[in-house]
Design a protein around this ligand. Structure first.
Ligand code: MG
Length: 264
C-alpha cells in the first residue's frame, strides 16, 4: 500500500494511492478516514493523482536520526564507524514535502545532501526487541538529512546544522509493504545548467546497524509514537549543494524525492 498526504481542491487528506503512480492521469487518491495507522477505513472520496499536490506524507512528532550507519560514509567523515547506533534529533519543523524548497541559510557556506531511507513508526512503543521491530513499523519513505556541514563541525553537536526549517524533505509517499533489505539509495544533483551528477549510490545492505537494532536502541531511550520518523543514515558521497540546484533522492521500491535549493 502507498500512503500519502495531499492537498486537494477541498482541503487536505491522508490517502491511499491506487494504480500506476507513473501515470498520474490514471492513479487515484482514495481518502482515508482520519489517520493511516492500523487498518485504514475509507471515506469514498477520491481524486486523480494528477489533480492533487503531494505533501510530506506524515507530520512526525519527532525525527530521530542515525549518524554514520554506513562504513564508507564514516570513513569520508574521517571517523570510525560507531559500535552502537549514534542518534540525534531533527526538529519536526524541519520537515517539508516533495517539491518544496530547501532554503540555504545565509549563515552557512556549505549545505550538503544526505540521501536516507526513512522508517515511519505505526504505533506507540517502548523497549522494542530487534526481533519485534517489524511489528511497530507503518512503512518506509525517502528522506534527505540536509546538513549545514560547516556548522556541524563548528558547533561540536548537530542541532543547528541539522535543524534549519526545510532541512528534512520527506516523501513522496509511505510504502507499507517494502522489504528494506538490500535496496539502492541514491542522490543525484541536478544543476541549473541542465547537467546532473550522481553523488551517492549505496545500498541498505551496507548498514552497520540493522533497522531492528536501530529501533531496539532508540526505543530503550525514548517512547516512539505513531508517525515518528527514523532516518537510517546516509551512504558515502555526501557533498555540497548551491542555490539553483535541485537534489533528487531515489530509493528502490519507493520512488524519487526532488527538492530545489534556494537562497535564504
Ligand atoms: Mg544523516
Amino acid at each position: 500500500m502507498r500512503l500519502a498526504r495531499i492537498a486537494h481542491p477541498q482541503g487536505f487528506a491522508f490517502v491511499e494511492i491506487r494504480g500506476d503512480v507513473d501515470d498520474p492521469g490514471s492513479a487515484v487518491c482514495a481518502e482515508i478516514d482520519q489517520h493511516p495507522f492500523g487498518e485504514p477505513t475509507f471515506t469514498g472520496r477520491e481524486w486523480p493523482l494528477g489533480e492533487v499536490r503531494l505533501l510530506a506524507p506524515i507530520l512526525p512528532p519527532k525525527v530521530v536520526c542515525i549518524g554514520k550507519n554506513y562504513a564508507e560514509h564514516a570513513a569520508e567523515m574521517g571517523t570510525e564507524a560507531p559500535e552502537q547506533p549514534l542518534i540525534f534529533l531533527k526538529p519536526s519543523t524541519a520537515v517539508v514535502g516533495p517539491g518544496n524548497d530547501i532554503v540555504y541559510p545565509p549563515s552557512s557556506d556549505r549545505v550538503d545532501h544526505e540521501a536516507e531511507l526513512a522508517v515511519v513508526i505505526g504505533r506507540p512503543c517502548k523497549d522494542v526487541p530487534a526481533s519485534r521491530a517489524k511489528d511497530v513499523i507503518l512503512g518506509y519513505t525517502i528522506a534527505n538529512d540536509v546538513t549545514a556541514r560547516d556548522q556541524q563541525a563548528a558547533d561540536g553537536q548537530w542541532s543547528r546544522a541539522k535543524g534549519y526549517d526545510s532541512f528534512c524533505p520527506l516523501g513522496p509517499w509511505i510504502v507499507t509493504d517494502l522489504d528494506p533489505a538490500g535496496i539502492d539509495v541514491r542522490a543525484t544533483l541536478h544543476h541549473a545548467d541542465g547537467t546532473s551528477e550522481l553523488r551517492q549510490d549505496g545500498s541498505t545492505s551496507q548498514f552497520i546497524h540493522t533497522i531492528g537494532e536501530i529501533i531496539a536502541y532508540i526505543s530503550k531511550v525514548m517512547t516512539l509514537l505513531p508517525g515518528d520518523v527514523i532516518l537510517t543514515g546516509t551512504p558515502a558521497g555526501i557533498g555540497p549543494m548551491v542555490p539553483g540546484d535541485e537534489i533528487e533522492v531515489e530509493i528502490e521500491g519507493i520512488g524519487s524525492l526532488r527538492n530545489p535549493v534556494v537562497a535564504g
